[in-house]
Design a protein around this ligand. Structure first.
Ligand code: ASP
Length: 475
């Protein structure tokens, strides 16, 4: 039976079977020191010449005797440092060729493209392994926290209709209805609101969101993950309190080396943030050189509308003056509703943004739940009749008894990037796409075969042949 590396310290004097990777080899003439790595850690092994001939990073199975090290040879830096394993038999299960880059460094010095191509090796790097483990624990913590508070986790469709977060959609052609397209969700916004109409009252999802936007440091290309939350019969205060408690506890439990600059988190109005810091995502750390300081803050009282710009995808015609600052389902402040008819620029929205160390790590709002106000907002952002039809299901749903509701969606990648002090979100994602939109390891996007295209009724105009294009003939 296999013994894990971490269990070897309880096996002194016994023979064990270990399985894992040869992390490093040090040749001392007649004997050889080998470090063996498995998911639980590393252990030093000693082999006589001939027994230890496995190249670094090969997968091996070892039969060995666990021995206490003499006092002067104990290595306090690793948990198995008081023992070593004397190799009796070593079998190479899978031989490794030399790796394309070192994995015993933090890896920042290596070109990202090559790291992405061999991401499965890059993940062996302790820093990335640790990031993925912390990500898993973070999601587990969030899930447990919310389930214990009566939330229901619901999966919503990935093949869906355009969703209005203001970015460009990814579209997927339909085979069954030729000439029609699904859109991948920019967020589950409409579904989570519909789940409130459905009476769930408290929803969450660790949701994958898709936006065809240029990558930035805090935004990988194509997709990201957010904790999507929606609640009924709540005020903005209830939403802020839930998120603040959740993330404060999360940091305390999972990242005990980090400390919050302020608790409760400061709240700034959008106006004050802009005037005082010149940005709506201020970095409020006292000491910006301190990697362990986390400065969370809330930004509230956003204007409901901004001036519409070229990048707003809501309309395409350039007719309307306004675009939603958050999204079109955000409720106006009740005191400002009369301004919707007189001066929409004066209307504040019940929007809240969560900021951490200068990054916007989440946003949300109280939603509109009255069909007539929703229609008014559609008109103000310049929706044509046709565009309104696309969202008719929301207006229809609102005629069947809709609770007042609101929510928030903190981004998991961004939060972890900021908490772990990583320079960009790709460092906390398992297989991030590169800046040019090429995926890790698998090199998507690639061409579709002529057969696939014909079935979808698609003709590609001006298609370029690429190396990965195995099926281009006949298309
Ligand atoms: N759907 C919003 C977003 O993805 C978040 C929210 O309003 O809950 O930004």
């Amino acid at each position: 039976m296999r013994t894990l590396v971490s269990e070897t310290i309880q096996q002194i004097g016994r023979e064990v079977i270990l399985q894992g990777w040869i992390q490093s080899r040090r040749d001392h003439g007649k004997i050889m020191f080998l470090d063996l790595r498995d998911r639980s850690g590393i252990v030093q092994m000693v082999a006589t010449k001939g027994l230890g001939d496995a190249p670094a990073e090969s997968v091996v199975e070892v039969v060995g005797l666990v021995k206490k090290r003499p006092e002067n040879l104990v290595n306090p830096k690793i948990p198995t440092g008081m023992i070593e394993v004397e190799v009796k038999k070593l079998t190479i299960v899978s031989r490794a060729q030399p790796l394309p880059f070192p994995i015993d460094t933090d890896g920042y010095e290596i070109e990202e493209e090559i790291r992405a191509k061999y991401r499965y090796l890059d993940i062996r790097r302790p820093r990335i392994t640790r990031n993925l483990r912390m990500r898993s624990r973070t999601v587990a913590f969030i899930r447990e926290y919310l389930l214990a508070r009566d939330f229901v986790e619901v999966e919503t469709p990935i093949l869906t209709k355009t969703t209005p977060e203001g970015a460009r959609d990814f579209i997927v052609p339909s085979r069954l209805q030729k000439g029609k397209f699904y859109a991948l969700p920019q967020s589950p916004q409409q579904y989570k609101q519909l789940l409130m109409v459905a009476g769930l009252e408290r929803y969450f999802q660790i949701a994958r969101c898709f936006r065809d936007e240029d990558p930035r440091r805090d935004r990988a290309y194509g997709e990201f993950t957010q904790l999507d939350v929606e609640m009924s019969f709540v005020t903005q205060e209830d939403i802020l309190r839930l998120a603040e408690e959740l993330f404060t506890k999360l940091v305390q439990e999972l990242f005990p080396d980090k400390h919050l600059s302020a608790s409760p988190w400061p709240r700034l109005t959008h106006k004050v943030a802009r005037e005082k810091y010149g940005t709506d995502k201020p970095d409020l750390r006292m000491d910006k050189k301190d990697p362990d300081e986390l400065a969370f803050a809330w930004i509230i009282d956003y204007p409901l509308f901004t001036e519409q710009s070229e990048e707003d995808f809501y309309h395409g015609s350039g007719r309307a003056k306004f675009a939603p600052s958050h999204h079109m389902f955000t409720a106006p402040h009740p005191d400002d509703i009369p301004f919707l008819d007189t001066d929409p620029t004066k209307v504040r929205g019940l929007q809240h943004d969560m900021v951490l160390n200068g990054f916007e790590v989440g946003g949300g709002s109280i939603r509109i739940h009255q069909a007539e106000i929703q229609e008014k907002v559609f008109d103000l952002i310049g929706f044509t009749g046709e565009q309104k039809v696309q969202f008719e299901h929301m207006l229809t749903a609102f005629t069947y008894g809709v609770p007042p509701h609101g929510g928030i969606a903190p981004g998991i990648d961004r939060l972890l990037m900021a908490i772990l002090g990583e320079p960009n979100v790709r460092e906390v994602m398992a297989f991030p796409a590169s800046a040019s939109g090429t995926t890790s390891v698998m090199d998507a996007p690639s061409s579709a075969s002529g057969y696939q295209l014909r079935e979808l009724g698609i003709v590609v105009v001006g298609k370029r042949k690429s190396k990965t294009d195995k099926f281009s003939k006949g298309s």
